[in-house]
Design a binder for this molecule. Sequence first.
Ligand SMILES: [Cu+2]
Length: 281
Amino acid sequence: MSTPSVDRQTRPASGRLRARRVAGLAGALALVALVATGCSQSEIEAWQRGGFPAPATEQAPIILQQWQMSWIAALSVGVLVWALIIIAIIAFRRRGNEMPEQTKYNIPIEMLYTVAPLIMIMTMFYFTARDQAEITKVTNDQALTVNVVGFKWNWAFNYIDQGAYSVGSPEQRAELVLPVDEKVKFELTSPDVIHSFWIPSFLYKMDVFPGRKNVFEVTPNKVGVYAGRCAELCGVNHSQMLFTVRVVPKAEFEAWIAALKAKGQSGMIETGRTNDAGATE
Ligand SMILES: [Cu+2]
């Protein structure tokens, strides 16, 4: 049943040749990929952020860093594991019909693979708990309070201190306008089902529950226009729950509030539904 000796002698040489060819091909492909993409500066930055949008609040970099560090940790473990797998495949490949040496109860190795994951999990837990405490902290020193109403299927924003509201409709997308560099406290309420208030560029979202008021504080620090979404599958028209966030200078914000009042949107609407007569407070 033994293979001819000629064959056995040539196999290692052709194997090496094949490995060299594969390595050459992989290198060429990587080079083509690099040249073909012609990454712009903004694309490179998006890669560095791990696909996250550029942070638009004072608090968002905390979340971005958490995301980047998690990737570094996961990739480091990944590279180590892939390397060990490849080394094992090559170094311990089958060379004949002999049974390799069987080992068991390798205490140092068992200790290592029990303790190492424990240390990694504890490290990640520490940073997650630390950052979560920081970004969910409510200090009540906000410059303005906005009651966000998520309802089937749109958004209303009650500017509590200013006594004005804005609301979206199927024809007109809801608009949330915020003054730049001022801390805003969001109070999230829902008259019907669970929604989720999500502004991707704030790198933050929070569920909107009926019968409960969720709150968070954030300081938008970049003037701009951002997309807002409902991040909880809340029903048939969930996909229409889009809104626009505009972060503007203070004067522009005040003009916006005045315009709302001029349109008769004074006070607040609790349910968000504009056809609920007497819903103002
Ligand atoms: Cu929703």
